[in-house]
Design a protein around this ligand. Structure first.
Ligand code: 5AD
Ligand code: FES
Length: 346
């Protein structure tokens, strides 16, 4: 039954696709509580009570892609586009350092005009000023040479969600011009170059099934990323999926627990999207195995414009400036935000 399979996952860190699909189907309150308690124990064994924070700098929302779910897709004429300057990005990092951040995540749309040279210059500038910090990039798909240049400039980590490990499902979420092969090529290159690499997917995206989720779990099991970002799909009204139902917090939290059991050392964020659909979503994620939160460090003037989905948290606890409130909330689930780069344990 489900609990036996969960025990086996915790012991062997591997299941068949059929077993993963069974576990997805078996989710109920009792099963989730069982997995959550086990996962919280595993997290404590590996990372103690430490929760790592990442300062998220949304460097621009100009995007050449047209992913059907995403609010900053190029076809969305309602998106108010912006691009931060190199100075603005650097200033966000400076503010973040004072606030206690030791990892900065530069995230943005696939903006051809924000060139690789500019990215590399900004990475070098941040790393020179703050040698005790890690820089994570989350800027989409590039040729291998460009990733190599970013790594040589000093970037430590790269996040590129695979979105779904099922090719047919991938093609239902993306226009024909985007390719599943290239996405997977990027992930392999990133890992091969030496980045701490993160993949991930949305929970409850349109056309997702227990079978496609089983593909995701199997992919993560074999790819062995350093990080994995998962959060509920949340419809954005100006996209083709604007009328689709959102994913659930319950399924997201359950999958976080399964991921922790599968890969005890995984860096696993309790995402903004999870905090958006449930007020205490991130705390629930942390209590069930997640160990990272990524508060927003973007300038206030652009924060509302980086709207991948509707209703996104962007003030209050979500703001990096309110790290004090976040710390208190995290402590309520027995964890502690630490001032640390928060590298993956080797
Ligand atoms: N709901 C939730 N997550 C989304 N993303 C994009 N659009 C949405 C949405 N509507 C996620 C994708 C992408 C990451 C930057 O944000 O998984 O990789
Ligand atoms: Fe692809 Fe935004 S257009 S994630």
């Amino acid at each position: 039954d489900a609990k036996k399979l969960i025990d086996r996952l915790a012991r062997e860190h591997s299941l068949s696709k059929e077993d993963y699909a069974f576990l997805v189907r078996a989710q109920d309150e009792e099963t989730a509580a069982y997995a959550g308690a086990l996962a919280a124990g595993v997290r404590r064994e590996v990372y103690g009570t430490d929760v790592y924070i990442r300062g998220l700098i949304e460097i621009g929302n100009i995007c050449r892609n047209d992913c059907l779910y995403c609010g900053i897709r190029r076809s969305n004429t309602h998106a108010d586009r912006y691009r931060l300057t190199e100075d603005e990005i650097f200033e966000c990092a400076c503010e973040g350092y004072t606030l206690g951040f030791r990892t900065f995540v530069m995230q943005g749309g696939e903006d051809g005009a924000f060139g690789v040279d500019s990215i590399c210059r900004t990475v070098r500038r941040i790393k020179r000023k703050f040698p005790d910090c890690a820089v994570t990039l989350s800027l989409g798909e590039f040729p291998r040479e460009d990733y190599e240049a970013m790594f040589a400039a000093g970037a430590d980590r790269y996040l590129l969600r695979h979105e779904t490990a099922d090719r047919t499902h991938y093609e239902k979420l993306h226009p024909a011009e985007m390719s599943f092969e290239n996405r997977m090529r990027c992930l392999r290159d990133l890992k091969d170059i030496g980045f701490q690499t993160g993949c991930g997917f949305m929970v409850g995206s349109p056309f997702q099934t227990p079978e496609t989720l089983a593909e995701d779990l199997k992919f993560i099991e074999t790819f062995r990323p350093a990080m994995c970002g998962i959060g509920p799909f949340i419809p954005q009204k100006d996209t083709p999926f604007g009328d689709r139902p959102a994913g659930t917090a319950e399924q997201t939290v359950y999958l976080l627990s399964l991921l922790r059991l599968m890969q005890p050392k995984l860096l696993l964020p309790a995402t903004t999207a999870l905090g958006t659909i449930l007020p205490d979503g991130r705390e629930r994620g942390l209590a069930a195995g997640a160990n990272v939160v990524m508060p927003n460090l973007s300038p206030l003037s652009v924060r509302k414009k980086y709207a991948l989905y509707d209703g996104k948290l962007c003030t209050g606890e979500e703001a990096a400036q309110c790290i004090g409130c976040l710390s208190r909330r995290v402590q309520l689930v027995g964890a502690n935000i630490v001032i640390d780069r928060g590298d993956v344990k080797s």
